[in-house]
Design a binder for this molecule. Structure first.
Ligand code: TRP
Length: 502
């Protein structure tokens, strides 16, 4: 056996956890990919950008960019059996900087993402216990959704939700792959049952036709709009957990010669299918109760005003409860995956034991999340968002997704495809693939996917020149991106320079 171990030491080989089953790995990756974005970003982008044709564009970009990226991250993890920074470091010393930059960007994402799951947890609590929970606030849950949402944002319940969700995320990840695998074995079937049940319910409501029409109706000329294609790329990265170091971390727990190719395709398509099905559930229900409109769809209000309105008004609080429970579970499996990606990276570099690493990283990311819960009213100029917390969330989300994920993914593809070698990626995938990748696929990885990413990024930068900085209300909108850069680059420099055990 020892000759099989290549450059990894025998101790490290023995110490590294592994998934118990192949299904466990696939479900865990799916759990990471499938999150709030499926119920919220995906359907709202599809409906706003033009329905059915956007779905087609999304699938094309999935094949040309998304799936090659997922496969590359898998190969990194399974080859080096390390978290993202250490794996990239083995290719080139500068790779470690990229790896830590990615982890810091991901940590910001995690920080506010858990806040959003926290909102959903509060909603689930109100749906379940109804009026007893909050006096007049509870009453608003049933009668006045916008009012309820604003009340929630302006109350410390945002912080309560954050704490509750972090406890759950911590408890799962504390047990490492075992905790993750056990939980997704339950969540996977449960979530599919809920979403399919809700789709059937939605499609049998009186508003079904109007809802589906709103969701999938094509608009003229959209195939030629650059925005369609670039949105498909950046949305697919958020959806697929790409550029977050997660896929590498999860693949690093595969036994030697684990299957990667089919796993990349299956998980990506399962994720899209879940998102599509969620759209079939939510639009008909929202149309039935008359809360569907362009102005509600694009915003946070879509998730927390239109949906709860629709769910509770058409199906009573039981449906509302099930819906928000689904959101919480969807979110938790994603949040766990990112905590695990950071935990692995720290354990690999510093040799800390799992228990200490999970505790420290949970505390760090929880504290980073607290500013996103701030319930004081935001200054007038930032009036698109009600509170400081939501304002910060909105603006950091923009930079994390459009700059962080996209740039990390681009450089990861370039380093892996060109410095390490695209041919090695194909070779590794083919060692144990359910099906064989043809040799020309190397060009998809080395050239086509990077060009797709560069084009999407160019469009994002161009839109800043044309439309101004995101939100562009006060000087704060300029400070936020600077803070983001300082956090990510600062953490990356410090952690790269820090002395590790490797
Ligand atoms: N794919 C998730 C979604 O659609 C987003 C996501 C993936 C995520 N991994 C994450 C969010 C880790 C936070 C932390 O919602």
């Amino acid at each position: 056996m020892a000759s099989d171990l290549g450059e990894t030491s025998i101790e490290a080989e023995i110490a590294r956890e592994t998934w118990i089953t192949r299904l466990g790995f696939i479900f865990a990756v799916w759990g990471s990919m499938t999150g709030l974005g499926n119920v919220w970003n995906w359907p709202s982008k599809v409906s706003l950008l033009g329905g059915g044709p956007f779905v087609l564009i999304y699938l094309i970009m999935l094949a040309l960019v998304g799936i090659p990226v997922v496969l590359t991250e898998f190969v990194l993890g399974s080859t080096f059996r390390r978290g993202f920074p250490s794996a990239l470091k083995r290719i080139h010393p500068a790779g470690e900087f990229l790896g830590w930059f990615c982890m810091a960007n991901s940590a910001v994402l995690e920080a506010f993402y858990v806040v959003l799951i926290g909102y959903a947890a509060v909603y689930a609590g109100f749906a379940l216990t109804g009026l007893q929970l909050g006096g007049p606030m509870g009453a608003a849950y049933f009668t006045d959704q916008p009012e309820f949402f604003v009340n929630l944002l302006m109350s410390p319940l945002t912080l309560v939700g954050l704490i509750v969700v972090w406890i759950v995320v911590f408890a799962i990840d504390y047990f490492g792959t075992k905790g993750i695998e056990r939980s997704v074995m339950i969540f996977f079937p449960l979530l599919w049952i809920i979403v399919i049940g809700m789709a059937i319910f939605g499609l049998t409501q009186p508003g079904a036709a109007a809802g589906i029409n709103f969701y999938l109706n094509p608009q003229p000329n959209q195939f030629f709009e650059t925005k369609m294609w670039s949105t498909a790329v950046s949305l697919s990265f958020f959806k697929l957990s790409a550029g977050m170091g997660i896929l590498t971390a999860y693949a690093s727990y595969l036994p030697r010669k684990g299957e990667l190719t089919n796993s990349a395709v299956t998980t990506s398509l399962l994720d899209t299918t879940f998102a599509f099905t969620a759209g079939l559930a939510v639009f008909p229900i929202a149309a039935t109760v008359g809360v569907l409109g362009d102005e509600t769809v694009g915003s946070v209000g879509f998730a927390f005003v239109a949906w709860p309105g629709g769910m509770t008004m058409s199906g009573g609080n039981l449906l509302g409860f099930v819906f928000f429970l689904m959101i919480v579970f969807l979110g938790v499996t994603s949040a766990v995956s990112l905590l695990e990606a950071v935990v692995t990276a720290v354990m690999d570099k510093f040799g800390w034991p799992r228990s200490r690493t999970v505790i420290v990283m949970t505390i760090v990311m929880f504290l980073m999340g607290v500013p996103f819960t701030l319930w004081m009213a935001a200054p007038g100029a930032a009036a698109t968002d009600v509170t400081w917390g939501l304002y910060l969330l909105d603006i950091f989300d923009y930079y994390v997704e459009n700059f962080g994920l996209v740039l990390v993914t681009l450089f990861m593809m370039l380093i892996t495809g060109w410095v390490w070698g695209g041919a090695k990626i194909i070779e590794t995938a083919n060692e144990a693939g359910d099906f064989e990748l043809p040799s020309w696929y190397v060009w998809v990885i080395k050239v086509i996917a990077p060009i797709g990413i560069i084009a999407a990024f160019a469009f994002i930068v161009l839109s800043i020149f044309l439309e101004g900085l995101y939100l562009a209300g006060t000087v704060l909108d300029l400070i936020a991106p600077l803070v983001w850069v300082v956090i990510c680059a600062g953490a990356a420099i410090a952690l790269t320079m820090a002395k590790g055990v490797e």
